[in-house]
Write a protein that binds this ligand. Structure first.
Ligand SMILES: Cc1cc2nc3c(=O)[nH]c(=O)nc-3n(C[C@H](O)[C@H](O)[C@H](O)COP(=O)(O)OP(=O)(O)OC[C@H]3O[C@@H](n4cnc5c(N)ncnc54)[C@H](O)[C@@H]3O)c2cc1C
Length: 255
């Protein structure tokens, strides 16, 4: 299907760390579900120095009800789209493909789940922030555990929004930050699969992870996804969730 490109106008492009950005833009979006993504397209010079259009998918952090769209992204060395997005200033335009798509949404989580575990690396926290801004997340689950793993503590972005979830849902919400490359107070040190395997994540959450009452959503890099799925399968007997074969684990791989 040919993409339906819609023009978006940048409202704000905030640099959060040396390589992380929050891009807020105004665009006429078709109805979508929290957690979905859309391709963003910018114009940049190709290797021959000619202007060319480049596009890649990005998750929306905003909910369908919010006025402006927002993506949380990091630049990658020589990456055309991420560096193109980083260069955008208020008033600039880009294009967004419509409709937003993807199955990494709460409506795909099986019914009668008590505890929802959201495990993310880096900008993979984006779709979870969108989901947690909706009422559905707090109406459906007894406990929501959000895990955010980053290399350095300054990459634990969106702290204010996460504090808001904590103060609005103190009994229901547990946020577990993980930092892999430095010691930081009030964070776990290491990687998600290892901390899940040795019981530290469950201890920190004060909750047992069980396939009888829990669903795990994973979002981020392929290494985390692969290793975490293996731990979930081997130690917790949790299988991939498919529409035709209900399971316990859903995943969205960024790269
Ligand atoms: C469904 C989906 C949703 C996504 N949502 C987001 C999002 O919300 N925010 C976001 O930052 N990215 C997201 N991505 C990744 C994004 O689409 C791009 O791959 C990334 O921004 C790099 O694009 P580029 O054109 O700059 O570089 P490319 O030339 O496309 O990639 C260059 C290299 O960088 C690697 N790479 C891609 N992403 C990263 C990364 N985040 N960190 C380190 N290396 C990377 C690729 O494997 C590739 O080898 C998503 C990907 C998918 C599939």
């Amino acid at each position: 299907m040919a993409a339906n490109w819609v023009t978006a106008k940048v409202i704000e492009n905030q640099k959060l760390t040396d390589r992380h950005y929050s891009l807020i833009f105004d665009a006429e979006l078709m109805p979508f579900q929290a957690g979905q993504f859309a391709r963003l397209q910018i114009e940049a010079k190709n290797n021959k120095g000619e202007l060319e259009k480049f596009a890649n998918p990005y998750s929306l952090i905003n909910t369908p009800d919010e006025k402006y769209a927002e993506v949380y992204f990091n630049t990658v060395p020589d990456g055309k789209v991420s560096n193109g997005l980083a260069a955008l200033k208020a008033g600039d335009t880009l294009e967004i493909a419509q409709p937003c798509v993807g199955f990494f949404v709460l409506s795909q989580v099986p019914k009668d789940i008590k505890n929802l575990w959201m495990l993310s690396t880096g900008t993979g926290i984006g779709p979870f922030l969108s989901m947690l801004k909706t009422a559905e997340a707090w109406q459906r689950f007894d406990q929501v555990i959000l895990v955010h793993a980053v290399p350095h503590a300054n990459e634990l972005c969106y702290a204010e929004l996460i504090e808001q979830f904590k103060s609005e849902h103190p009994e229901q919400f547990n946020f577990i930050p993980i930092v892999s490359r430095e010691d930081k107070e009030a964070t776990l040190r290491g990687r998600i699969p290892a901390l899940l395997s040795d019981g530290q994540l469950e201890k920190q959450a004060n909750l047992k992870l069980s396939k009888d009452n829990s669903h795990v959503m994973l979002c981020g890099n392929s290494g985390m996804l692969k290793d975490t799925k293996a731990v979930l399968k081997d130690q917790f007997k949790m299988d991939r969730h498919l529409n035709h074969k209900p399971g316990h684990v859903s995943a969205e791989q960024y790269y």
